[in-house]
Design a protein around this ligand. Sequence first.
Ligand code: GLN
Length: 607
Amino acid sequence: MRSPIQTYLEDLHRRISNQNSGELASYIPELTKANPDWFGICLVTLDGVAYSVGDSAQTFTIQSISKPFVYATALADQGRDFVLSKVGVEPSGDAFNSISLDPQTGAPFNPMINAGAIATASLVAGDTPEAQWQRIESSMSTFVGRDLSVDESVYRSESETGFRNRAIAWMLKNFGIIDGEPMASLENYFRQCSVLVDCRDLAFMAATLANGGVHPVTGKRALPTEHVERVLSVMATCGMYDYAGSWLYEVGMPAKSGVGGGIIAVLPGRFGIGIFSPRLDEKGNSVRGIEACQQLSHDFSLHVFNQVGQPGMALGRVYSGADAPSRREPGTAMRDCLNAQAHRIKFLSLHGFLAVDGVEYIIRQMQKMAPESHSFILDMHQVTGISESAARLLNQARQGLGAEDIAVVFSRIHDRQFIIDPLSKATHSGDHGFLSFEDNDLAVEWCENRLFGIDASTLAAPSSLAESPLFAGVPEALMRQVEAITKSQSFAMGVPILVTGQACDGRIFFIESGQVSILVPLQNGGHQRIASLGPGMNFGEMTLLGQTTRSASVYADSDVKCLILSTADVDQLSDQAPLLKIALLENLAKDMANKLRRATQWIAALA
Ligand code: GLN
């Protein structure tokens, strides 16, 4: 299937290609060499897919689009306060080359006009102008995701003719905004403007800002998250110079244009857009670039103030421990308890990036369910991230519910540090921290134990063979004979007792003490735990049915003591006492019917 996004972008490109108004920038002589008909559009998603049309591989000089990225670099190097003391964040509403300085302090109004950008270039880290240039070049390269180079002829062309910018740099020196050698900072500014990019590169730079400062493909961080909103703010208010107000009104995305003909637009959290067409309007913005952004924004409802929140999206399915009980075989007492109470264990599948609005919704649902709940399992499998503020609220809810004796536990966070960190940070002294389980089965088993009021010591209590449901209905005298033919064996914690695919040797296991897990191998090489068994329960009994290989692996979760019975011995004994074999097979059939019922329940809960 052809992507409808690609088709849309091609239509858009075709429609706007007829638009021939505007002129090439000529005040930098070298820029007049561009072909006025060049036109490329590229849109990059936050998972790194680029949709490109037209002259998307044609390189050109980035010009003023470098400004937000060098501003980002200065923020990362010097911190917000220092940078703010040198360059303001007020839209000047003036042309890009205006000399808009604060009458009191001499600080440029914002970093998007030339005066602010030249001052910003002087702020990046580096002991010498050369070291500062290295820093600028490598920082911009991280935003793009590849090594960049400078168009030397455009650089020289601007350096030889940029008298106005030279005057601005001396003014900045005069006001003490630039500390060092102003001409060296100016040359770095000219060089940053002459960096060669294509519109695909621009779209990746925009997407990196949209993605909280991390490049969607390389995964490298180009900017600490806290500065991203600062860069996007000045782009939103000042990025299009004296067209900034109309741009926000009509298009509504933080953006930046350059006299080389490029424009970037950022839809935070969604995607990045890069457009290139060198014919400019009288304000120095690409005519087709503006047109394309307006249409894109309109057709796809991209205006930042038109984003409809859907807090309910954070919560997927809600079901209970009655729908999805643990796979352990409960003893009779526990089964009765769970039949009556398991619905008080609630599973909540959380989805997407959890921000304050989504978490507020989740907490409200937990509050509503609280009167009939004993524990909540928050399944984090589909969660892509959580903000610190959302983690704080969730943690407060966990503690609040804890005070009402309702447990809130997490499952399937796995080793995703970007979820663990905000959650851990939200806990504080006096709080025992949050409880998190590898899978839903372990989580619900913990909740069931809590419901039943048992702890691990109860589970470790030894139990006799006669109590095993497998021997239900076997008379006591016969039981004595069975006990006489069983052997006892111990297994250390962590060892495999049975392995999938292994030949059946006819042994049936009865757990005297300890816990085991039954695991089935998965295609990806991992294992799925399908049950956990404790004292009084048995495994390996399928061998009674003449199975030739073991269908699952069994691991000792703790030190385990088992009684082992061999089918050969059972058969021998059954020759004189057929009742034994009949009872065993009947009990086995009942047990399997139970398991089947449970499996059906699980599948229904998953559907
Ligand atoms: N290098 C150009 C200048 O300083 C950048 C201007 C722009 O792209 N708007 O004039």
